[in-house]
Structures are given as structure tokens and as C-alpha cells.
Write a protein of this length. Structure first.
Length: 310
């Protein structure tokens, strides 16, 4: 087995669902820092990578074929999560910044070329849970086409919450405190929304995924049985919304779970895994909603890998 490429044993006799695209990116040497997050703009065939490090470009942009296009750096300190929004009129890139300097503790919207358009939070000031738009290490963001925004806050700070904002950045609802109970969080690390009105949160250190009603914020259920070995770091749907793809950093794998249709969440069912090489440390993932390709930002390997559906 080639180091860094990993090997995927079939899960319980089932066929492999993904294979590594060893030609992506064309030139891996563009990764010069720790790659924390990745976001796909499937409409325009672009892949955005957020990386950390001294004197490295914080955002790299590749084509889906793997060619490096450009990078930008302004006002990004320590990217944690990244998300691309396409509307009828334009595209924008949202980044959560967990830095402790003058740009940190914010959620920021950029143009595709890196022009800062909007800042949520108070740059440089870690927040308290009393104030909705005061973040403390905001982990990830998901923005719907309507402009409604979901933020999980935070990546180990004093806040442990899920926040929904309107397209004019007003609080619609806010849920969650630090704890192990229903609707409480210990490091809410990743968030996504399905077409059936449900918000899915990787509740990392509680080793579970929790699910909420997107309109009311009401708790709908949780999954923990799949995560006894390691908590979920990232949660994303496949392009057909039939499965959830979850990164488990400490055991270097992706778990592929059955996404329940409308109705009860039920128990989680793992149908497949992708075992990555040791010490790759998959942190956050994103899925190309056109091709179905899965991109994995790996902190340990300091690279982004692309897996394509078989």
C-alpha cells in the first residue's frame, strides 16, 4: 500500500463505494500549511482549501480537475470551516476564523477572489453565549440559498451552540449549552442541512450526531452508536442525499451512514467506510453535489484528497 493513499477494505462484505483520485491535485506542493477545511463550488467547478501556517496563503483555489488557479490571504487568520454559497446572482465563500489575533472569532463572507464582504462577530474578541453574534472559535457554517445561516460555535471555546440567522444576520433561533444532555453540545464541530428541513450537527466530543428542526430549532434525535470509537468531526450528505459522510479524525476514516428519509431519525446504520492511511487526520470534508466526489481536508497529511464514487 502506498503511504498516504490508504486502502479501503470492504465493509462487512460490501463493495467499496469510493476510490481515491490519485491525480488530484496535479501539484500537491501547493499545500504549504495545515489543510483544515475544503469547500466545493460544484456550479463553477472550483475547490477552495483553507490552510494554516506562518507566511502561507490561507485560501487556495483549485479546479475540480486538480489544477491550481490562485490563492488569497487578506483578513484570514486561522481558518477552521469553509462554505461556498451560490445564488442566482453570485457566489460567495464563507469562512469561520478561530484565530486569536485581530481577525479571529468571526464568520466572514468573501467574494471568490478574496474580497471581504461581510463580518459576523467582533474581530479579535471571544464571545459569551449571552450575545448571539459574539463567537468563540466558531467551527463551521452552512448557508441555504434563501440566505438563512447556520453556525456551530465553537471549536472548544466557551460557547457550545447552534445558531440560525436570517439573511440580514438577525437571530432566528439559538440552541445548545455545554453538556451531555439532549440538545447540549461538547464541541459542535460541523453542520449541514438536508432537503427535508433538518439540521445535522457533528457533536464531536459527545461522540454523536444531533438533529434539529430547521424552522423551530427543536431537537429531533441523535445518533451515537456509530461513534463509539471516535466522535464525528464532519458531516456532509452525498449528492443524492441517500447517505451521510462523516470524518473520524483519530481513527483516520470516513464513515458512510444511511440518511433516513422524512420522519424519525432512528438509529444510525453504517454501510461503508473509507480507511485512510495512518496519521492523515481527516478534519473536515465537502461533497461535490454534481459529481458526488468527496474532498477531505487532512491535518496530519497536510493535503486534500479527492475520492470519487464508484
Amino acid at each position: 500500500v502506498l503511504k498516504g493513499f490508504g486502502y479501503s477494505p470492504p465493509w462487512k462484505g460490501q463493495q467499496q463505494m469510493y476510490k481515491l483520485d490519485i491525480g488530484w491535485p496535479k501539484i500537491p506542493e501547493y499545500f504549504t500549511g495545515q489543510t483544515f477545511c475544503v469547500a466545493v463550488d460544484s456550479l463553477h467547478g472550483l475547490v477552495y482549501v483553507g490552510q494554516r501556517g506562518d507566511n502561507v496563503p490561507k485560501v487556495l483555489v483549485f479546479s475540480e480537475e486538480g489544477y491550481f488557479l490562485y490563492s488569497w490571504n487578506n483578513t484570514v487568520e486561522m481558518p477552521h470551516g469553509i462554505f461556498v454559497l451560490n445564488t442566482a446572482t453570485d457566489s460567495s465563500v464563507w469562512i469561520t476564523d478561530v484565530g486569536t489575533g485581530q481577525y479571529g472569532h468571526t464568520v466572514k463572507q468573501y467574494s471568490p477572489s478574496g474580497k471581504l464582504l461581510q463580518i459576523l462577530g467582533t474581530p479579535g474578541n471571544a464571545g459569551s453565549s449571552l450575545i448571539p453574534l459574539q463567537f468563540d472559535q466558531p467551527a463551521e457554517i452552512f448557508v441555504e440559498e434563501s440566505g438563512d445561516i447556520y453556525v456551530v460555535d465553537g471549536d472548544g471555546g466557551m460557547n457550545n451552540r447552534l445558531l440560525k440567522l436570517s439573511n440580514d444576520y438577525k437571530e432566528i433561533w439559538l440552541t445548545g449549552t455545554n453538556g451531555t444532555g439532549i440538545g447540549q453540545f461538547k464541541i459542535p464541530h460541523s453542520v449541514t442541512v438536508d432537503p427535508f428541513g433538518r439540521v445535522w450537527v457533528a457533536d464531536r466530543d459527545n461522540k454523536r450526531i444531533q438533529v434539529f428542526d430547521k424552522v423551530t430549532g427543536e431537537w429531533l434525535g441523535s445518533w451515537s452508536s456509530c461513534f463509539s470509537e471516535d466522535g464525528p468531526y464532519s458531516v456532509r450528505f452525498t449528492a443524492n442525499y441517500k447517505y451521510l459522510i462523516v470524518a473520524q479524525l483519530n481513527i483516520n476514516r470516513l464513515a458512510i451512514l444511511v440518511a433516513p428519509p422524512v420522519g424519525a431519525i432512528g438509529d444510525c446504520v453504517m454501510v461503508n467506510t473509507v480507511q485512510l492511511a495512518d496519521e492523515t487526520k481527516p478534519h473536515l470534508v465537502d461533497v461535490d453535489m454534481k459529481s458526488g466526489a468527496v474532498y477531505i481536508a487532512e491535518i496530519g497529511a497536510q493535503q486534500v484528497q479527492k475520492y470519487i464514487p464508484l
